[in-house]
Design a protein around this ligand. Structure first.
Ligand SMILES: NC(=O)c1ccc[n+]([C@@H]2O[C@H](COP(=O)([O-])OP(=O)(O)OC[C@H]3O[C@@H](n4cnc5c(N)ncnc54)[C@H](OP(=O)(O)O)[C@@H]3O)[C@@H](O)[C@H]2O)c1
Length: 322
């Protein structure tokens, strides 16, 4: 069977990343993509997931369903963050294996790395130190997901021909992002604030901290392209670049921006003309956080969308949602 006819289940297809993966697969000519909404299939429910996999028997799975949120949500609902994420990934990965799925891609996050990891963070920083406490439950679930894929490969790789891979994205943004006032990541939160300030003709926007911390951001369609790229790699190539017990691959933009540069770029994308000021009495967080993506780059993948273009595409979508 041609790769393009394979039956592919994208879990979380209504989310920012899942919807971008579906777009990318369709653009590449994949013609047999299956999806289920959260209402139709609750992935925390073992019996429902088992029934779904034994009925549909997909060839490949992209696991982009997860409970996701910013610091506020992670701090307020730590039990839900660890329970839901462990349940979703345990059910999907195990039932994928049990129903004969040969290829699966698990999406993790850069928060799997220790709080004080050497920058840029390379794949081998995993499990070398303490995690950031605010999102530790979420990060522990994501680490368990990587280890689950690795353990299934080690135990069932040869006997069942399974090949389960993991990618760790940096901060993502783009169409389908979450613009909730308290529960969103930095780019959608700032897009919302700049949009509202523009509409209200507010003369000034104040941003917490000095504006000097540096952060890395990747446009979500680039993330989706990287996901499909990693999934399509020959097994021998993937195995050459990874190890059985350190098999994940970072996906970053490759360079970072200061929060001040980001704010200016968002002002430009949204058309906000007022003044941007920084409240340096508020905490900055860690000075710099970015991923070492050299493993993925050496395999031949590079992002296409820079922050200026990405922010204007994101704002086109945000205007409809805000
Ligand atoms: N966004 C980022 O900056 C970022 C950065 C690094 C890594 N990632 C990773 O990328 C993946 C996708 O993130 P995202 O930003 O696309 O999140 P998202 O927009 O919140 O999408 C997640 C999707 O998963 C679905 N889902 C959650 N729980 C479910 C359940 N129990 N049963 C069925 N569906 C369920 C959600 O449906 P409902 O909305 O209906 O619940 C939603 O459609 C996650 O693994 C995340 O860790 C994201």
């Amino acid at each position: 069977m041609s790769m393009l006819n394979q039956k592919i289940y994208v879990a979380g297809h209504r989310g920012m990343v899942g919807s971008a993966i579906v777009r990318t697969l369709r653009d590449k000519g994949y013609s047999n993509i299956i999806t289920r909404t959260h209402a139709d299939l609750d992935l925390t429910n073992q019996a429902e997931v088992q029934a779904f996999f034994s009925q549909e028997r997909p060839d490949q799975v992209y696991l982009a369903a997860a409970k996701v949120g910013g610091i506020y949500a992670n701090n307020t609902f730590p039990a839900e963050f660890i329970y839901d994420n462990l349940m979703v990934q345990n059910n999907v990965i195990h039932q994928a294996y049990a129903s004969g799925v040969k290829k699966l891609l698990f999406l993790g996050s850069s928060c799997i790395y220790p709080r004080l990891a050497v920058q840029p963070m390379s794949e081998d920083a995993l499990l070398t130190g303490k995690l950031e406490p605010t999102n530790e439950p979420y990060a522990i679930a994501k680490i368990a997901g990587i280890k689950m894929c690795e353990s299934y490969n080690r135990q069932y790789g040869l006997s069942h021909g399974i090949d389960y891979r993991s990618v760790m994205p940096t901060n993502l943004y783009g169409p389908g992002d979450n613009y909730h006032p308290e529960n969103s990541h930095v780019i959608p939160a700032l897009i919302r604030r700049f949009h509202e300030a523009k509409v209200a003709n507010a003369p000034e926007i104040i941003i917490w901290g000095t504006g000097s911390p540096r952060r890395e951001f990747l446009y979500v369609d680039d993330m989706a392209a990287a996901s499909v790229f990693v999934m399509e790699l020959e097994k021998a190539t993937y195995d050459e670049q990874t190890q059985a017990m350190q098999s994940h691959i970072n996906v970053g933009f490759g360079s970072d921006v200061t929060i001040a540069e980001l704010a200016k770029a968002i002002a430009k994308a949204t058309g906000y003309q007022g003044t941007i000021n920084f409240d340096s009495s508020k905490p900055d967080g860690v000075p710099r956080k970015w991923m070492d993506s050299s493993r993925l780059n050496s395999l031949g993948w590079k992002p296409k969308v820079d922050i200026t273009q990405g922010l204007s595409l994101a704002y086109e979508d945000a205007k409809i949602r805000l």
